[in-house]
Design a protein around this ligand. Structure first.
Ligand code: CP
Length: 300
């Protein structure tokens, strides 16, 4: 019997075993000589209300590599948010395609859309979570260092959607997460309390001490562009640079979801440091998202 449709709005929508299988499969697809045609005849719609390079290209190319097809809707092309009820659009697209992938500044819009849709809905980033990025990050860590379970991860920077997804990931993959954010930019305390695996550190140095992986994100995410001047001042002690990484474990890795602002949340040279794996991480967006699509569209 076919299972009912699944959505991927946050990492908590899947079990730890399912997430591990997706990242394992992502690595398998990364090293495959020929891409399997597992999505032949399948179609995806991508609705991007906010800009994207990596996420959008990874889904579009990923669908194509596996034999499927993707239709891209930019804010100018789509009726979403222009008066047509969200539920109507969800029901219409459910009649036409196999999966809907949405980037929006509203997690509640995603949830409303998914509730009315009879096909899977994927969160391609919202103001609350960025679960697709975490699939690539964990896949990359495990390709280079083995299982992340039991390791120490440090998130330094804005307690926003990437940090929130790392909190979810700490629970799902069983690693210890240490967070350092400026006062006023800490993650949601309720989310922090949702798992015993998360600790808020007093400084960036304390957060990275002994870390196996250090992660950061831009100081002003999409939607906060007008706050750049204020944020630059308060985030300055939280820049990730070579000196900060020296406080971490000997074979620490550094990741950033990109785009990065050199001279702000990272030093001018950090992305070229041997500890940085940001380009393998970015490339794995393609393979982990293919594995996600296979999981959602082919698991009967
Ligand atoms: N990291 C990330 O989501 O990149 P894009 O905004 O380019 O998709």
């Amino acid at each position: 019997m076919a299972r009912s449709k699944r959505d991927f709005l946050s990492l908590l929508d899947f079990s730890p075993e399912e997430l591990k299988e997706i990242t394992r499969r992502g690595s398998e697809l990364r090293s495959a000589d020929h891409q399997p045609q597992t999505l032949t005849g399948k179609s995806a719609v991508l609705i991007f209300q906010l800009n994207s390079t990596r996420t959008r290209v990874a889904f579009e190319v990923g669908m194509k590599q596996l034999g499927g097809h993707a239709v891209i809707l930019s804010p100018a092309d789509s009726q979403l948010g222009r008066g047509e009820p969200i539920e109507d659009m969800a029901r219409v697209l459910s009649e036409m395609v196999d999966v809907v992938i949405i980037r929006t500044s509203s997690q509640s819009l995603l949830e409303q859309f998914a509730a009315a849709s009879s096909i899977p809905v994927i969160n391609a980033m919202s103001e609350r979570y960025h679960p697709c990025q975490l699939l690539a990050d964990i896949q990359t860590f495990e390709e280079l260092k083995g299982p992340i379970e039991g390791k120490t991860v440090s998130f330094v920077g804005d307690g926003y959607n990437m940090c929130n997804s790392y909190i979810n990931a700490a629970l799902q993959w069983g690693f210890h997460l240490k967070i350092a954010s400026p006062e006023g930019y800490l993650p949601d305390p309720e989310l922090v309390k949702s798992t015993n695996n998360v600790e808020v550190a007093g400084s960036a140095e304390q957060a990275v001490k002994g870390a196996d992986l250090v992660v950061t994100d831009v100081w002003s995410s999409m939607g906060h562009e007008g706050e750049e001047d204020t944020r630059t001042e308060v985030f300055e002690p939280f820049q990730v640079n070579e000196r900060l990484l020296d406080h971490a474990g000997n074979d620490v890795l550094f990741m950033h979801c990109l785009p990065a602002h050199r001279g702000e949340e990272v030093s001018e040279t950090l992305l070229e440091d041997p500890r940085s794996v940001v380009f393998q991480e970015a490339g794995n967006r393609l393979h982990s998202q293919k594995a996600l699509l296979e999981f959602l569209l082919n698991s009967d």
